[in-house]
Design a protein around this ligand. Structure first.
Ligand code: NAD
Length: 475
């Protein structure tokens, strides 16, 4: 089996104690690669390398153009290694290759290009003052960034954090999720090949609690923690960070809702609603796992939606025709299976789907579920959706907002007034109207309530990954 190490201070290395772990392919349910298993001592030396590279190395002192050249080179290398990177994520977590190759890897390259250019072209505020003074803002690199990532979009979400952090002159220690370690080591190898100085981008593998992840969040040499993962983990990380008053950005869980009004273009609504819940086998923080349909079109929507769900191709994620692969790990499969097995005891009806072979859950549609059931309230993070009717616009808004989460919502209507009115009323970091998952990297991304703290994207990433400094001059 191939081995993937930590990348610390420009070298790919074993753990100090030589420990390794296997990463498992959820389709074959067999190990496919060996990974360095880090502990606190490995996190310590990765932070020390990043600290030194920040305090003494060239990276924060280079101009934006020079850093940008290296980041663009890295983006080119990502594209040249697209097959290898896509296969790594597909083998690590069962994501269909068409998604990793067609979406995630191109998006990773785009993240580096976008943030390199955004940082270079960014302008600060200039404030001529009535008093004869002149104030302006400098955006100075914050220092060492710890980036802790989940397993559902490994490379794509890691680069969403690493690219802006690096573009603004920080140094980084990335801890990928233990279920999806491989693409991070490949990325770090490519960063060195692109000419990134040693210690600027480090990767350290291992677990969260009592391990590498926790050590990073408790380290006083870290200046920023950017985390994407479960809301419960976010709370633990926020507590750890508070000891050193380290600023945190938390992108957490969700329970996205789609609202389909009777005046919607139904074909479009079905098409997006299918993608919103079944892309990546529902392992998407933004998944539209609650669908509210206005009663006049409920039956029609449901029948078309169920038809489309039943036509989805389940299989080997490495096959280009596959739309649904296995869930990412046995542990996660067991969690989602728990929801599937309790549909009827919670008061709902299984309209289609259920358990498949291995760690597969088929596209599963639940109807008649009471709104206070776990399936309507908790993040299942699998291909499981509840479809429910509603009567009035006000009722739909109440249903969508009746959740501790607030990451995103989708609404489908041909009435432009309603589109704006309902968008304003929904408790969500992002509202998509007549679409889903369409992103502009300049836009704020983040959540309300249990879905997180802070926003990333464009200037929002700049605010987080820099220390904005006001300079006031008498002129
Ligand atoms: P998780 O919280 O279990 O783990 C995420 C990362 O945190 C992993 O790298 C893990 O090792 C690490 N970790 C765990 N405990 C830690 C600790 N005590 N200290 C430091 N690090 C620790 O999440 P997951 O299961 O990998 O990912 C799925 C979750 O992520 C879902 O809730 C999903 O909604 C959320 N998510 C959110 C977004 C978003 O942008 N809001 C995007 C993708 C996923």
């Amino acid at each position: 089996m191939d081995f993937y190490g930590h990348v610390i201070d420009g070298e790919e290395v074993e753990s100090l104690d030589g420990a390794r772990f296997d990463t498992v392919d959820p389709f074959t349910r067999a190990p496919w690669a060996q990974i360095a298993l880090g502990g606190k001592a490995d996190a310590d030396r990765a932070v020390a390398a990043a600290r030194k590279a920040f305090d003494e190395g060239p990276w924060p002192r280079m101009g934006f153009a020079e850093r940008g050249r290296i980041l663009h080179k890295l983006a080119d290398l990502i594209e040249q290694h697209a097959d290898e990177l896509a296969l790594a994520d597909t083998r690590d977590m069962g994501k269909p290759i068409t998604q990793s190759r067609g979406n995630d890897v191109p998006r990773a390259a785009h993240n580096f290009r976008f943030f390199a250019d955004h940082a270079r072209l960014s302008t600060g505020e200039v404030l001529p003052m009535d008093t004869g003074h002149h104030a302006y803002t400098r955006f100075e690199a914050a220092g060492v960034v710890a980036a802790i990532a989940p397993w559902n979009f490994p490379l794509m979400l890691e680069t969403w954090k690493v690219a802006p952090a690096l573009a603004w002159g920080n140094t980084v220690v990335l801890k990928p999720a233990e279920d999806t370690p491989v693409s991070a080591t490949i990325l770090a190898r490519l960063a060195l090949e692109a000419g990134m100085p040693p210690g600027v981008f480090n990767v350290v593998h291992g677990y969260g609690p009592d391990s590498v992840g926790q050590a990073l969040t408790e380290d006083g040499r870290v200046d920023r923690i950017t985390f994407t993962g479960e809301s419960g983990t976010g709370r633990v990380i926020a507590r750890a960070a508070s000891a050193n008053l380290t600023p945190v950005s938390l992108e957490l869980g969700g329970k996205g809702a789609n609202v389909v009004f009777a005046d919607a273009d139904l074909e479009n609504a079905v098409d997006w609603s299918i993608r919103a819940i079944f892309t990546n086998a529902g392992q998407v923080c933004l998944a539209g796992s609650r669908i509210y349909v206005q009663r006049a079109v409920y039956d029609e929507f449901l029948s078309r939606f169920v038809d489309a769900a039943e036509r989805m191709v389940i299989g080997d994620p490495r096959e280009p025709g596959t739309q649904i692969g296995p869930l990412a790990s046995e542990e996660h499969y067991r969690k989602v299976r728990g929801y599937v097995e309790t549909i009827e005891s919670e008061g709902g009806k299984l309209r289609t789907g259920g358990l498949g072979n291995g760690w597969v859950v088929r596209p599963t549609v639940i109807v008649e579920m009471p709104p206070d059931a776990r399936h309507c309230r908790e993040e299942i993070f699998g291909p499981v959706v509840v479809v429910m009717p509603f009567d009035t616009e006000a009722e739909a808004v109440d249903l969508v907002n009746d959740t501790p989460y607030g990451l995103n919502a989708m609404l489908f209507t041909e009435n432009v007034h309603r589109a704006h009115r309902v968008s304003a009323a929904l408790k969500a970091g992002t509202v998509w109207v007549n679409c889903f998952f369409v992103r502009d990297l300049r836009a704020p991304f983040g959540g309300v309530g249990d879905s997180g703290i802070g926003r990333e994207g464009g200037n929002f990433s700049r605010e987080f990954f820099t220390e904005p400094k006001a300079v006031v001059m008498q002129i």
